[in-house]
Design a protein. Structure first.
Length: 118
C-alpha cells in the first residue's frame, strides 16, 4: 500500500502561482513514476504531468507545458507541481498518483482544490 497526501491548494487570482506538494509513504520502493492529474466539475480526469522516480524524467500535457513544472525530492518521497500563470480554467481538484508500471496509476491521493478567480 502507498499513501499519498496532497497539499498546497487554495484560491488564487488569475496570473498567480501555486505550488502543490504530494508526500508518499508506505511501499514506495516499487514506484516507477508519479503523476499529477486534475478533475474539474463535469469534466473527465486530465493528465497534467509525470516524473520517473529513478531518472527524474518529466512529461507534460500540452495544456500545461511551459506553465507547470513537476519536480521531486526522493529523500522526502515528495513530488511538487509548480503552477504559474494560472487561469480560471485551471480550477479543479488536483490529484497525485503513483505508478508501478508506466501509465498505470494505482494509488491516488485525496486531492486538493485549486480555484483561480478571474
Amino acid at each position: 500500500q502507498v499513501q499519498l497526501v496532497e497539499s498546497g491548494g487554495g484560491l488564487v487570482q488569475a496570473g498567480g502561482s501555486l505550488r502543490l506538494s504530494c508526500a508518499a509513504s508506505g511501499r514506495t520502493f516499487s514506484t516507477y513514476a508519479m503523476g499529477w492529474f486534475r478533475q474539474a466539475p463535469g469534466k473527465e480526469r486530465e493528465f497534467l504531468a509525470a516524473i520517473t522516480w529513478s531518472t527524474s524524467t518529466t512529461y507534460y500535457a500540452d495544456s500545461v507545458k511551459g506553465r507547470f513544472t513537476m519536480s521531486s525530492d526522493s529523500a522526502k518521497n515528495t513530488v511538487y507541481l509548480q503552477m504559474n500563470s494560472l487561469k480560471p480554467e485551471d480550477t479543479a481538484v488536483y490529484y497525485c498518483a503513483t505508478a508501478v508500471v508506466a501509465d498505470e496509476y494505482d494509488y491516488w491521493g485525496q486531492g486538493t482544490q485549486v480555484t483561480v478567480s478571474s
